[in-house]
Structures are given as C-alpha cells and as structure tokens.
Ligand binder design. Sequence first.
Ligand code: GLU
Length: 429
Amino acid sequence: MPTRRSTDTTHGEQLFETALQQFDAAAELIGLSDRTRSILRSPKNEIIVSFPVELDDGELRMFRGYRVQHNDVLGPFKGGLRFSPEVELGEVKALAMWMTWKTSLSGVPFGGAKGGIAFNPREHSQGEIERIVRRFTHALGSNIGPEHDIPAPDVGSNAQAMVWMMDTYLNSASSGGDRQNTRRVVTGKTIETGGSLGRDKATGQGAAFVLAHHFEQINRDLRGTTAAIQGFGNVGEHCARALGRMGVTTTAVADHTGAIMNGHGIDPEALWRHTSEAGGVAGFADADEIDVEDFFASDVDILVPAAIENQITADRAPNVRASVILEGANGPTSNDGEAILIERGVEILPDVLANAGGVIVSYFEWLQNKMSAKWRLNQVDDELRRYLWDAADNIENEKKRLACSRREAAYAVALNRIGTVFDQRGIWP
Ligand code: GLU
C-alpha cells in the first residue's frame, strides 16, 4: 500500500480549504470582525460515530458516520446527510459551512450542519440500508433534535431514509416522549409521514426560479434557450423538468455512468423512466453518447452542475461555452475554475443561492409539522419563489455596492446577518 506523505491532502481537506478561502475573501471584503471570523472558521461540533450493522449474509460490518454542526446563531443546525463512499470529515466540514451561509442568505431561521455515512447505497439491499440508517440515528442520539439539529436528504439519501430516521428517533429515548411533536426532527420526508408538498422537487425548482430571476435582470428571454445538466438525481431531474416548463430545452445530460446529447432536446420524463431502470443515463435510446469532457464544452446557454463538488476546474473552465453556470450542486466550481470563468465573462449563479430551494422548503416542512398544518403546492411554490427572489435581489444590490463577484456578494449578505447577531449577542462566558 502506498504510504501517505505528510504533504498529501485528501479530497475533503482540499474542499474545506476551498470553503475557507471563499470565507476569508468575503470576510475581508465586508470587514467582518476578527472575533466573528475566528468563530466561523471552525465548526462548533464535529461528531464521528462508528457502529456495527449485520448484513444480509450474516456478516457484521462497521460503518462510520459523521455530523458536523457548523453554526447555530440564527437557529437550529440544519443540513443534509449524504450516503457515499467518498464521505470524510473534511468534506462534511466544508458542506456544513456552506449550509450556514445558505440558510443565512435565504432568510430561514436555521444554522448550518451536514452529515453523512461512508458507504455506497447502490451496493446494499433496502433492508441493509434501513439497518444502517437506523443504527446511525441511534448512534447520534440526542445530537439531533427538532429544535437542535434537523437532517434532510442529500446525495445518495432520500425521503425513505428520512422516514427511517424519524421513526428511530421517535421510538427512542432522545425524543423525550413527545412523539407527535417531534416529527420535524428531519425534513424531506414522504408526504404521507409528514413531508411537504413540493419538497421533492424544491432544489431543482428553486434553481429554475433563480435562473428566471437572472434572465429577468439581464432582460433576456429564457424561452428558447438550451441547457446541459450534470447529474440526474433529485436535483438534476427536477431542474430539467422545471426548466422545461419555462421553455428551456435540455440538450445534454451527464452522470456517473456517462454523458448523452440530443440537439433536439432530451425529454426529462423519458430519461427519468430510463434511469430508474438502468441506474444511469448511459444507454438512453433517444440520445447519442458523448465524452464527458465534450459534455462540459457543450454548445448551450446554461450549464447546470447538479452532481457533486469540484467539477468545473481550471482544466475544464476554459472549454465551457455556456454563458451562465447554475450551481445545483454544492461546491461544483473550484476557486481557480471560477477565476477563469469570471475572466471570460461567464455569469455564475452560486450554489448558496441556486440550490437553496431544498432547505427553504425544508423550513416550510418544519413549520407545517410544528403547526400541524398542510400547505397547498402552489402556496409552497409561491413562497419558495419569494424567498429566492428576495435573496437574489439582496445579492445583486450587494454585488453593485461592493463591486465584487456574485458569490462574494452572496457571502456578504449571509455574513453580515450572522455578524450582526454575534455583535448583539456577544460571547459568553
Ligand atoms: N441537502 C440539501 C442542501 O444541501 C438540503 C438541506 C436541507 O434541506 O436541510 O441544501
């Protein structure tokens, strides 16, 4: 086995470094106090749990799970849980920090957290996944709670996983016996168990709203434009559908199985039927397979990275032909990739805004649970658009005022809110 040199950094450590660089630049720009800066550079809590799970064949395997709680001055910790073999501490720390900026920017009364379990759900049966999720929830114990830390789905996890978490939490001592009133310990649940209408599509729908806002600002018609979407999971699929409703044609899609293209358009419904059976976009009959590097260089108006982080790198950025990047994923553009894109005049709609639809509708779900209420779908969609457009307006104003990038402006809005609360509350003891 090759030995690790002390200079080697893992993917997660690099990602956290990226997040810190972005934070430092924005903190400098707005003159954030040194006290607040040093608090926000480190997550408040980093929880790592190891737990055994019996697999279907009787083998006992140890799993490792993480929950990083970055900051809670604006409200309970909030953020997704990802199931992926790549999950490691540095990655979760970066993602938790990004959640703090996202919730603050969005104006929802939450802080930021993220978690995950290092395993590949594609290699496990439903029964095994259920046991993994339940054991993880049990191991977390009172580290989560309806007014303390509220997980949600992320890459690799889904509504069913949230229902198992809720059920485990409700049936354990951590729920404090107040079962009916603690369903909001997780969001992104199925509708039947207390989820919100519109939560499933919220991130993709939200990204489409953000894009529409941008096109309105630049006085350009969205109808008749084209998009290339990387990732056809919850975000990519719903984004393709929402864009389609706005008159945008998706001509290229890529995922972990490959990349496909059809200049006349790819029907999201037909592709969804294909991926549900085949497990990925490869082999879709109504498109040609293309090289993944050609995918990033697609001749489209809008490029939507909606998969994982660090995809639009300094190598790929010079080849991008789209004029707008809509960041459906968290951290899909590296800092050096972003510098190249900005130099080339490409507009970037940053992740903390573009994919905030998920956590905003999570807040609506949490509120509905708290009030035992049920909102209609159009109410959810209208409120979602209002939250996102307010956030986008705030960013555009700050961008003009500070003459900075859109990501820096987004951070400025988020950090100013948090900084003000720190200043007013002070530090105790
Ligand atoms: N995982 C999603 C995100 O990265 C949603 C988080 C949530 O709803 O709490 O924003």
